[in-house]
Design a protein around this ligand. Structure first.
Ligand SMILES: O=C([O-])CC(=O)C(=O)O
Ligand SMILES: [Mg+2]
Length: 219
């Protein structure tokens, strides 16, 4: 049997752990409090979608939002990983979209219900090609951007994150053990907005990667 290739981690069926409200400007735009601890939720591996396939609008939303985020791919698992060695557990990165049915999330929030329908549906996690760790020596100071139909909507630096990548790896792994092939979505900067059928989403990390996805309705 050939060794598994971390560059195709999305095929392994591992978990996707998402951090919410990790940028103050995005917490403020949605009128949420700035968190004192990371806000966590999960997506299943069936949320992955790769370039060439569309992002499918769930039938139950009329406000599908884009959230561009840096994804951290775990290369070495662990429990209660100390911050000081956290980066040794990182294999690389991907650019991600945390697609969110915002109207459904608002309803869940008002009823005190979990965000599963808003965040975890099929194609809710578009990802770029795998970016080896060496290509991003300082993941705490890169620029993420997203355009809808060529109009810039999001443009933010990971230096604005409230909780750093080592902090998040330590915090998460105290609660949920991390495994090789897991992905951590680190939160979105401000500028989220809703997309429609046939819109084209383009996103990138300056100088590193770009990706393009079309929005479609399930036929
Ligand atoms: O739904 C939200 O706004 C929380 C979230 O995922 C983020 O901040 O990236
Ligand atoms: Mg998000």
């Amino acid at each position: 049997m050939s060794a598994r290739n971390i560059a195709r981690f999305w095929e392994w069926g591992r978990k996707i752990i998402c951090v919410g409200r990790n940028y103050a400007d995005h917490a403020i735009e949605l009128k949420n409090a700035i968190p004192s601890e990371p806000v966590l939720f999960l997506k299943p591996p069936s949320a992955y979608v790769r370039e060439g396939s569309p992002i499918l609008l769930p039938f139950y939303t009329s406000s599908l939002h884009h959230e561009v985020e840096l994804g951290v791919v775990i290369g070495k698992g662990g429990t209660a990983i100390p911050q000081s060695s956290a980066m040794e557990h990182v294999a690389g990165y991907v650019l991600c979209l945390d697609m969110t049915a915002r109207d459904v999330q608002d309803e869940c929030k008002s009823k005190g219900l979990p965000w599963t329908l808003a965040k975890a549906f099929n194609t809710s996690c578009p990802i770029s090609d795998f970016i080896p760790k060496e290509k991003i020596p300082d993941p705490g100071s890169i620029n993420l951007w997203l355009k809808v139909n060529d109009i810039v909507k999001q443009n933010g630096s990971t230096s604005q994150m409230i909780f750093s990548i080592p902090y998040l790896i330590n915090y998460i792994s105290e609660i949920i053990s991390l495994e090789e092939g897991d992905l951590i979505l680190t939160g979105t900067p401000k500028g989220v907005s809703s997309v429609q059928e046939q819109d084209e989403l383009q996103a990138g990390i300056d100088g590193i990667v770009t990706m393009t996805f079309k929005v479609d309705r399930k036929s």
